[in-house]
Design a protein around this ligand. Sequence first.
Ligand code: SF4
Length: 366
Amino acid sequence: METRGDTRMQGYADPGLCRELADRIRAALTGRLRFMEVCGTHTVSIYRSGLRSLLPPEVEHVSGPGCPVCVTHAREIAACIALARIPGVIVLTFGDMMRIPDSRGMSLQQAKARGADVRICYSPAEALQLARANPDQEVVFLGVGFETTAPAVAAVVKQAGQNGLDNLSLLSCHKRIPPALGHLLAGRDLDVDALLLPGHVSTVIGLGPYSFLGREFGIPSAVSGFEPADILMGLYSLVRQQEKQKPEVINAYPRAVKDQGNRAAQAVLEEVFDSGPAQWRGLGRIEDSGLYLAPEYSGLDAWKRFGLEDIEDREPPGCRCGEVLKGKLHPRQCPLFGAGCTPSRPAGPCMVSTEGSCAAVFKYGM
Ligand code: SF4
């Protein structure tokens, strides 16, 4: 389809193109299309662009578990805070993790205010520089995110191993998206007709790992980009699959996603990490959904190095992020929304993260 506008990205946000795609969706629609957008970046784009006002009422939207910070389990947050309290430890993290409270309301930001050495980075590679510059301290990188961020973290781990940097370790809280989708669908309490799959994760893993969605669950799915027209193109392909009653995985983001994914990123993931069961906030334990350092790199495993494996915690009192992440509750239905929980005083991660549904609804008022 032709794009309009001065640049390629402007083209994908072009109102005329979006209206045209919305008309196509309306014309092809045969009934309800309640879709779950899996990725937090989709959530924000849908709210920010006002896309829902273009869509017919039969197209309903629910948010899913694709915000990496939001699905980080309470015990993982507690482990991060415990680490920050250990003398001689420098905790290095992406900024979104700073304000997530544990069940007692403590956060990394508060730990830092009380003297903990917690630093924000923009790239995992900064961990290498920090470890070299501070040989008498332990540097721990908090590895949070899906298959999108995990390869860059894996490359850092590999380099640390090659360079003998023994004061650097990783607290891996990385998670895999396909097992979480299988878990949600197998639970049979997910009331959706189709899935809008995450563009970023798919640039790494490609389409293959999603093939079970149509085969086992008969659910149409489409990988989509993040501009409004990208999302509408993804929705159009979902409507067409519904119309033809042929559920499959469509790549509606071919300018960024190759069907086979990124082989180099897959190779470094496979070398550095093994998969195993992981606890997801609100979703519980999901087999094969966590990424843990392979035996060859276990010396860099902060869970083991600092004895954090038995740590436990629960979700903050009253927070209903778990139901929001399963698409069972709109953020406004949480009793704490806008009162006991705001972006400046968040009770749960969905109000903290820029990709969180509660933060998006609070900001854009939908
Ligand atoms: S409004 Fe706050 S407390 Fe409620 S689900 Fe969202 S983040 Fe959790």
